[in-house]
Design a protein around this ligand. Structure first.
Ligand code: PHB
Ligand code: FE
Length: 331
């Protein structure tokens, strides 16, 4: 579908929020809920989500520019990143909706769906609500009639290094002075940094930093930053509290290394959402998430997770064609 301008209504007299349209999908929000509407053979379908849940997922869509393949806001609504185009769907990866024939998928240029999601996020995020923060740290400002904005929170730039955090000219370490105090949950994490003595001539190549200290100072949850890049291999550590606001559906294998505390994962079939596995990861545990699943994590205490991504673009086709198995190792 070729659309270039965001379609939205004036602010509602009742709630103050604007409504949005993209293709055949309509989005409205009120004091508590977001409603997604789409046409089906049985007439218009409606799907309701709590506005905080919707906004936390929408924030990741915008910040990650649709991520690796599939983002499910819940069991019904989501997107597939086709890298240049994005499919938006309702019910298309839900067995019951599909069987009933009431699902819809439409494809858009990335720019128009990104612009629509950005405007929706901007209009529907009230002052004081930070969709990246743990619920305890941001409270209930998301609910009620429209009340201001929180542009500082929603326009944060994801921290992405070129080679490695702390190398000359690259992403700096986090400190009190540059606006990253130690989080309340990580006050016990040692903050000492490694001593590095570099042979003259190698100052641009050699560095080391305390990753635990770096993560203890993260101001966001469920938002991997990139701390090292080696070819297609990206280390994307993140601090996690409450739940991953999306169910992520893979088009490649990704690896998780639990580096502190504990996360419980629910793993479901990518196409149908049928349950596949429950994984409990404790500090030191390593797991790979296969290429044919979706997954969502739950972290009762703020924890540290290393997400290891392979950004080789050819790998998607290698999985799709069956050249690669959906899992990385045969034991
Ligand atoms: C994931 O989808 O694998 C994922 C995303 C964000 C996180 C952790 C894991 O913070
Ligand atoms: Fe994932």
């Amino acid at each position: 579908m070729t659309e270039t301008a965001v379609k939205s209504s004036n602010a509602s007299n009742l709630t103050g929020y604007r409504s949005f349209e993209l293709g055949s999908f309509k989005f409205t929000r009120d004091e508590y809920f977001v409603c997604i509407e789409w046409p089906s053979k049985n007439g218009p379908m409606t799907h309701y989500m709590s506005a905080d849940v919707f906004l936390r997922a929408l924030m990741r869509e915008v910040a990650w520019v649709f991520f690796y393949y599939q983002i499910n806001f819940d069991t019904v609504f989501g997107t597939n990143n086709l890298y240049g185009k994005v499919e938006m769907f309702a019910g298309s990866f839900n067995e019951a909706y599909k069987e009933a024939g009431i699902n819809l998928t439409e494809t858009f240029d990335t720019q128009i769906i990104l612009d629509t999601f950005k405007e929706m996020l901007d209009d529907w995020t009230n002052e004081g609500f930070d969709p990246f923060a743990a619920p305890e740290e941001t409270g209930t400002a998301w609910l009620g009639k429209k009340n201001g904005h929180n542009r500082e929170a929603i326009n944060r730039v994801r921290q992405v290094c070129k080679r490695m955090v702390s190398l000359p000219g690259d992403t700096p370490q986090r400190t009190d002075a540059n606006g990253y105090p130690v989080n309340r949950a990580f006050l016990d994490v040692p903050q000492d940094e490694p001593e590095v003595h570099v042979e003259p001539g190698y100052e641009n190549e050699i560095a080391a930093f305390n990753l635990f200290a770096y993560l203890s100072r993260s101001d966001v949850t469920w938002n991997p930053s990139v701390t090292s890049v080696v070819g297609s291999s990206l280390y994307c550590p993140t601090s996690e509290e409450y739940m991953l606001p999306v169910k992520h559906g893979n088009d490649r294998v990704e690896w998780f290394i639990q580096i502190s505390d504990e996360i419980k994962w629910e793993v479901e079939d990518l196409e149908t959402g049928r349950p596949r596995a429950k994984v409990i990861m404790k500090a030191g545990d390593v797991a790979s998430m296969p290429a044919d699943i979706r997954h969502q994590g739950f972290s009762s205490k703020r924890s540290m997770l290393l997400v290891w991504e392979n950004v080789n673009p050819d790998i998607v086709e290698m999985h799709r064609s069956g050249k690669l198995k959906p899992y990385p190792i045969d034991f």
